[in-house]
Design a protein around this ligand. Structure first.
Ligand code: DI6
Ligand code: FE
Length: 417
């Protein structure tokens, strides 16, 4: 007997299916012990509803999908960068603002001044915004400390968010993000310290599951990234790369070389970089919020990625500098509008492929044995998830089989068109 059976729902399973969505008009799903025990067409249910589960719930024809997965955020930080954006809209470049002490460095100053509790408290409203939009698993990077103490504090704040909210957090040490001002004259020593001291300290406290590096002309060279990624890999941590966002330094190929879970941004990735990702099975994580806010014009090589069969994830990149984007469905819409993803690619980008970008095999699809992380939406087809621009559509969230409070005005309003 299942714990709960849902009927009168449409399903988008995100499992392998000819329509790309795994869409099913009259679906049903049975949950047991926090996992999916049965999923399929209601007419194929193996018995009468009353005999199958202790609790029966009806979805009113709403769409059910896997809980959404935001595979790339910098959710924990101090201050904001609204002024930077003002300057950019007046024509100053990101690199220029960074060079003049704005950019990442101003966020670093604000972040260093806050305690773990204060960092968490400031991050919570942003996390709630993502959660209210259907996110059940969330990656959070450090990277605004640039000294060991603050980096550890950021990761501790991320852990604190996990205990404060109904969400799974995947913490990542963003080990190389920017060279802090006080280390400007000892670049090599800084990189060495990150590799030899920060990574062991993070492992010691079990504060992160992955290590990320920003491979870019305004950040770190491939050689410097390689040094830190080697240490990460040797320490048994997963690897991710901010790759080819503003120029092509071969970041995607570097990610593939280390068997990275994902190469992120990838606007300037070359055909050779795409081939390397394909061969390694590394996910390309698209971050359309940063592309939008930086007024970039170089789009990721979507056609090449598609042809090569590289799985594409979509994430918010929620950060104060380049992507103050706190809705994953809006990120999905932007990926379609700006990069030309199809509706099913966008859907997989925030479900199955996002799970893969985090190395998680137990979620991202509706299939027997998967975690019962589910969203019920006020729409009838998954193509609408990446169509609206900032319309709250999430009615109910279930995480590991348990319902999270409804956050849409009326729980009884039916999805009608
Ligand atoms: N790429 C980005 O878009 C963010 N970090 C990164 O490596 C920007 C971070 C910031 O400007 O605060
Ligand atoms: Fe980022």
């Amino acid at each position: 007997v299942w714990d709960c059976l849902w009927t009168d729902i449409r399903l988008a399973t995100a499992a392998e299916a000819s329509d790309g969505f795994g869409y099913l008009e009259a679906g049903a799903i049975g949950l047991k012990d926090g996992k999916i025990a049965w999923v399929g067409a209601a007419r194929d249910l193996p018995g009468p509803v009353s005999a199958l589960a202790r609790e029966h719930r009806e979805g009113g024809g709403r769409l059910m999908t896997p809980g959404l997965i935001d595979a790339h955020t910098h959710l924990v930080f101090g201050g904001d960068r609204a002024l930077d954006f003002d300057l950019r809209t007046q024509g100053r470049s990101y690199a220029e603002i960074t060079a003049q002490g704005g950019g990442i460095r101003s966020t670093v100053r604000a972040t260093r001044s806050l305690s773990v509790d204060a960092l968490c408290e400031r991050a919570l409203p942003r996390a709630r915004s993502l959660l209210s939009d259907g996110v059940t698993t969330l990656e959070i990077k450090s990277g605004y400390g640039l000294d060991l103490t603050t980096e550890l504090n950021m990761l501790r704040a991320a852990r604190q968010i996990a205990s404060a909210l109904d969400v799974d957090i995947r913490p990542t040490l963003l080990a190389l993000h920017a060279l802090p001002d006080e280390r400007a004259h000892e670049r090599a020593r800084f990189v060495e310290e990150v590799a030899n001291e920060w990574i062991p300290a993070v492992v010691e406290e079990n504060l992160a599951v992955a290590v990320d590096v920003f491979c870019e002309h305004i950040a770190f060279t491939p050689a410097e990234c390689r040094q830190v990624l080697t240490a990460a890999r040797d320490a048994g941590l997963a690897v991710k790369v901010h790759a080819d966002q503003l120029s092509d330094l071969g970041g995607a190929a570097l990610a593939a070389e280390f068997g990275a879970l994902s190469a992120d941004h990838v606007e300037y990735t070359s055909a050779a970089g795409v081939a390397a990702l394909a061969q390694q099975g590394t996910v390309a994580t698209l971050l359309p919020g940063a592309y939008l806010m930086l007024a970039e014009t170089q789009r990721p090589p979507i056609a090449l990625l598609r042809t090569a069969g590289v799985p594409m994830a979509i994430a918010t990149d929620l950060n104060p500098g380049t992507s103050p984007l706190a809705s994953l469905t809006l990120a999905a819409t932007l990926a379609r509008a700006q990069f030309g993803l199809t509706a099913s690619e966008a859907f997989l980008g925030i479900t199955r492929h996002a799970a893969r970008a985090l190395g998680l095999k137990d979620r991202g699809t509706l299939a027997v044995g998967q975690r019962a992380d589910l969203c019920l939406w006020e729409i009838s087809h998954p193509r609408e998830l990446s169509y609206w621009l900032g319309r709250p559509l999430c009615a109910t969230v279930i995480r590991a089989g348990r319902a999270r409070a409804a956050n849409v005005t009326s729980a009884t309003a039916a999805p009608r068109h």
